[in-house]
Every structure is written in C-alpha cells, then in structure tokens.
Write a protein that binds this ligand. Sequence first.
Ligand code: DC
Length: 229
Amino acid sequence: MKKFYSIAIDGPAASGKSTAAKGVAKRLHFLYIDTGAMYRAFTYHMLENNLEPKSEEDAKTLLPSLSLKEDKEGHIYLNGKDVSSEVRSLEVTNNVSYACAHLSVREKLVALQQEMAKSENVVMDGRDIGTVVLPEADLKIYQIASVDARAKRRCDEFVSQGLKVTYEEIKQDLIRRDYIDSHREHSPLKPAADAIVLDTSFMSIEEEIEAIIKLFYKKVGDLWNNTEK
Ligand code: DC
C-alpha cells in the first residue's frame, strides 16, 4: 500500500503556523489543510443560524448535515458554499474558542481531518494535530513565538487589510484565546511528547519554512527520496 506522508504543525494563535505550513506544502507538493478554518467555518455556521456557540446542544443540531471541504487554493467550503472570507470576521474570531471546545464538534471535525489525510501527503496545522488527529505523523512541529511577536504579526496583518485595531487589543485577545484553547477539557493545546519545538520569534517566514523542510528530510530521509512522487 502506498505510504502517504504527513507533517503536523501545532501551536498557539498567530505563531505563524499557517504561513509556514502553506509554504512547506507548496515546496513539497503536499496538500495544506487549515483545521482552524474548519472550526471557524463551523462557528460561522452556528452564528448564521442564530445558535449559541457556547451551547453543545445547539452545535449538535448542525453536525449530522455538516460538510466541510478545503481545496488546493486554500478556500474553505461549508455545505458547498465558499466561506473563506466570512470565517475571518471578528465575530467568528470572538466565538470560535467556544464552538470548538465541544466534544461532539471535535469528534466530527477530527474524523473529517483524518479522512483527508488518508489519500494525500498533507501538511496540517492546528492545535491537536500531533496529539489527536495524526498521532502517527512523520514530523510534528510545535511552533511558538512570544506573545509580543505574535501580536505584532497579527497587528501588521490587520492594518494591511485596512482594519482599525490596536496592538494592545490584539495582544489581550491572543492571551484570552491561548488560555481558553490550552485549558479546555477536550484536546487542549499542548505539544505532543515527540514534537519538535520551534521558536519563531526571531525567524522570517522563509527561515521557518526552510527549518521545517530540513527537519522533514532529516526525519524521513531515504524513505522519502525513494518514494514515487
Ligand atoms: O488557527 P486559528 O486561529 O484559525 O484557529 C481558530 C480556533 O480554532 C482557535 O481558537 C483554536 C481552534 N482550533 C482547535 O481547537 N483545534 C484545531 N485543530 C485548530 C483550531
């Protein structure tokens, strides 16, 4: 049976995971899967149906008919509709930590994520990829950066989009989300025992990508070189 390779990248909000993961996926010709976008899309779905993200009972009403797909261009589709820009709204960002904490939501989305990795080489980023979604991943990275470095990156991103936000607001929001994500009961944010911790506070995106690719080659070595691509 053909082996499919997987790279798991976990870490706190705005640690640069998705930019690095996208770059690594592009260089290795792997599929990039943004699991945060899936939790965001589900949160958007709850809000558009006037449901309460903190209520698991409400969440459960949407799970049976839920379909989430990501394409190679990085778009996310909720029940067939492209919601890539909607999932980045402030309202979704403010509520996603609640919707994603329910066990039933996590079980459904983890199953979808595992299915996606069955037939493709993938780079997947999130909070529980190395610990829960792909415990057998070929390489696990736990990407961190100081809260100041992360707040600055997010602030620059928002300002370049013309959004009015202050550095302090962003920093407080990151601290709040990190706390909720790492203290929740189900699949809290934490490094897998065999993850390699990568501190990117003083690294450029190119350096991050390069470092992850080097670690991947070091880890899988000849196995990868002899794989039919
Ligand atoms: O990476 P992000 O900021 O887009 O993630 C949005 C939220 O989803 C974040 O609060 C944590 C949650 N999340 C999660 O619980 N598990 C994942 N695998 C990915 C994201």
